[in-house]
Design a protein around this ligand. Structure first.
Ligand code: NAD
Length: 360
């Protein structure tokens, strides 16, 4: 595989931001198609952004052929069916988060990807930020030393206007609340830095909006490495912020508090000793910042496909994030800690939608 990839974007909400990112990478991607039932959105994409064709239905877009990549940006309940159909039709696939609403669905999607011999890349665009990339380098080079503890805060604000969209706030369509939809980004950042989670204890509740799904959550985690972490998330914060803090053997790392760019600069790294400081400087001296956010993730995907490598974010990464959500919900409902990994024997493996007859 080489050259420009012809991409079709389905779902034109956040899909417009995807289109803007692809447009910044004209040597890598051609804007071949968009699909959305809303004509005005298709017209905007074709007329203003120069997309070749607009389609009202997903079937029509797939049947038209000539796409290398299908980029799924529809509401969450449509991700699994659209992702699997696109893989089966012979396209590589990008999927917005959350990839699906259960471990069973993720495992079925992984199976479909394997059989298709195409690649699927779930979106976690905050991983592509210069701050988080520098910290990853310090951890991988051993300069940070052993991670001791971390805390992650997702203090966002969502109200009636946001929940006016029919699909939001409902298990059937959004698949869950703040854990699967909003805090999933910063929690993924932490998991991408610290590796597999071993034990979770959590509380979730709906305290801000009159919705079915949770909008506040707290959790404590123990990672397999021994590192400990706390997660705090709300959709009822007057001031919006996201923040990650890590305390390691040789340094403390802290993100900015910009709510929608937790991986980007400015991050601060404070060394324990002057020797540690020199090691940090040496490790970061030749760090070359690449494009960030969606642009960064899409350019890394193109490179990976060209080289026949794994996508920069894999189905296994999405599985880890959904496994954490499963554990958080189960712990909150049972009042017990949950030990990971979770397989087909787990009571919430098939999904976490509460049973109407069960008030736990
Ligand atoms: N990564 C991020 O930072 C980020 C940010 C926002 C949203 N998202 C995710 O993106 C997805 C979409 O969210 P949104 O905020 O853009 O929603 P939205 O409601 O603003 O837009 C969804 C679009 O999908 C279209 N659509 C619905 N059914 C369709 C179908 N069958 N075929 C084609 N198009 C269809 C709708 O007409 C609408 O234009 C969700 O999974 C959400 O979690 C991710």
């Amino acid at each position: 595989m080489s050259g420009r990839l012809r991409v079709g974007v389905v779902g034109l909400g956040i899909g417009f931001q995807h289109l803007s990112a692809f447009r910044k990478l004209p040597e890598l991607y051609e804007l071949a198609a968009v699909c959305d039932p809303i004509e005005a959105k298709r017209d905007l994409a074709v007329g203003l952004l120069g997309v070749e064709r607009g389609f009202e239905s997903f079937d029509e877009m797939l049947a038209s052929g000539g796409l290398d990549v299908v980029d799924v940006c529809t509401p969450p309940d449509l991700h699994r069916p659209m992702v699997t159909r696109a893989l089966e039709s012979g396209c590589h696939v990008i999927s917005e988060k959350p990839l699906s609403g259960s471990l069973a669905d993720v495992d079925a999607i992984a199976d479909c990807e394997r059989k298709s011999e195409r690649r699927l890349m779930p979106i976690f665009q905050y991983r592509f930020g210069r701050g988080i990339e520098r910290l990853r380098r310090l951890l991988e080079a051993g300069v940070a030393g052993t991670p001791y503890v971390a805390s992650v805060e997702t203090f966002w604000r969502r109200g009636a206007d946001y929940y006016a969209a029919e699909w939001r706030g409902r298990y059937a369509t959004e698949l869950g609340g703040i854990c699967i939809s909003h805090a999933i980004h910063s929690h993924d950042l932490l998991q991408s830095l610290l590796g597999p989670v071993e034990r979770v204890f959590a509380h979730v509740d709906t305290r801000v909006n009159p919705i079915e799904t949770e909008d506040c959550a707290v959790a404590t985690l123990r990672f397999r490495s021994g590192a400990l972490a706390t997660l705090t998330a709300t959709l009822g914060s007057a001031r919006e912020s996201s923040r990650l803090r890590l305390s390691c053997e040789h340094l403390s790392a802290e993100s900015s508090t910009r709510p929608y760019q937790p991986g980007s600069e400015p991050w601060t790294f404070e060394a324990m000793t002057p020797k540690d400081e020199a090691a940090i400087d040496a490790a970061l001296r030749d760090f070359e910042p690449g494009p960030e956010l969606y642009e960064g993730q899409f350019s890394a995907l193109h490179r990976a496909l060209e080289r026949g490598e794994d996508p920069p974010v894999t189905v296994a990464d999405a599985r880890a994030s959904i496994e954490l959500v499963t554990a958080i919900y189960h712990s909150s409902r049972t009042g017990e800690p949950v030990d990971l990994p979770l397989g087909a024997e787990h009571p919430l493996y098939e999904g976490w939608v509460p049973d109407a007859s069960d008030d736990t």
